[in-house]
Design a protein around this ligand. Structure first.
Ligand SMILES: *[C@@H]1O[C@H](CO)[C@@H](O)[C@H](O)[C@H]1NC(C)=O
Ligand SMILES: *[C@@H]1O[C@H](CO)[C@@H](O)[C@H](O)[C@H]1NC(C)=O
Ligand SMILES: *[C@@H]1O[C@H](CO)[C@@H](O)[C@H](O)[C@H]1NC(C)=O
Ligand SMILES: *[C@@H]1O[C@H](CO)[C@@H](O)[C@H](O)[C@H]1NC(C)=O
Length: 212
């Protein structure tokens, strides 16, 4: 009789524990999607290009536990969106071979004239060959000067924008122009006549007040 009672008690305990365990079972749940993050530079500076974006989420809201089921679905999605759709205008004057420097010197933009009403004029992003950098004076990719001690170009443009949004600086080759960071790329803009870009002030100033 005592044996029977003990067994019954053990069985009851086992059922109780099993129920407690299953009550604790948690199925996984998705977090919200992250915001879209740009993963590639826009293919053009102007005239209409594309760039890729991704967003992700994780199965931690809550995390599955005690044998609960995993989340179903993708934890990352990708999309391609239009970018830099503005017309090139003065950036790509007709009848001229125009190249535009990017602050990351491994890249440059090359204008390609469109066809009225058919294809728009675009300034395409181009990459210099390995071990070379863009020289805006010679408008070619040149070998990096030997003995160059500047650290390797850290931010890979495939994963990061090349400049701080909104920031402006004088064009290093001609300070009657300045470079303004728009959508992760520097756009070359002219200063008004008689002015030069003053890096100290951050805007175009009377030419005789600017030392450059
Ligand atoms: C989940 O299990 C823990 C210990 O394993 C227990 O302390 C807790 O009360 C249980 N929660 C529920 C809701 O059963
Ligand atoms: C952007 O996404 C498209 C479509 O998914 C893909 O074909 C292309 O290779 C991507 N571009 C880059 C630079 O990764
Ligand atoms: C910057 O990107 C946004 C969204 O992609 C777009 O609406 C805007 O026109 C772009 N700005 C320029 C100057 O291309
Ligand atoms: C860029 O090109 C100019 C003109 O050819 C040259 O004088 C200058 O040394 C070059 N700069 C670099 C860093 O190679």
């Amino acid at each position: 009789m005592r044996v029977m009672l003990t067994l019954a008690l053990v069985a009851l305990c086992a059922i109780f524990l099993a129920q407690a365990a299953s009550y604790n079972l948690t199925d996984g749940g998705w977090t919200d999607w992250s915001r879209w993050k740009t993963t590639t530079m826009c293919t053009v500076l102007c005239g209409g290009g594309v760039k890729n974006e991704t967003r992700d989420r994780s199965c931690t809201n809550p995390e599955p536990s005690k044998g609960g089921s995993a989340c179903v679905g993708e934890d990352r999605t990708e999309r391609t969106v239009n970018c830099n759709t503005k017309e090139c205008g003065d950036l790509c004057p007709e009848g001229e071979d125009t190249y535009i420097a990017v602050c990351n010197p491994r890249y440059f933009y090359q204008c390609q004239q469109g066809q009225e009403g058919v294809v728009s004029t675009k300034a395409f992003l181009k990459k210099c060959p390995e071990e070379t950098v863009w020289n805006q004076t010679s408008t070619t990719c040149v070998h990096k000067p030997s003995g160059d001690t500047t650290p390797p170009l850290a931010p890979e443009p495939e994963t990061a924008p090349t400049c701080t949004e909104g920031a402006s600086r004088a064009d290093p080759d001609d300070c009657t122009y300045y470079l303004q960071c728009v959508n992760g790329s520097e756009m070359k803009r002219p200063c008004p006549a008689g002015t030069k870009f003053d890096n100290a002030l951050g805007y175009c100033n009377h030419a005789n007040h600017v030392d450059c």
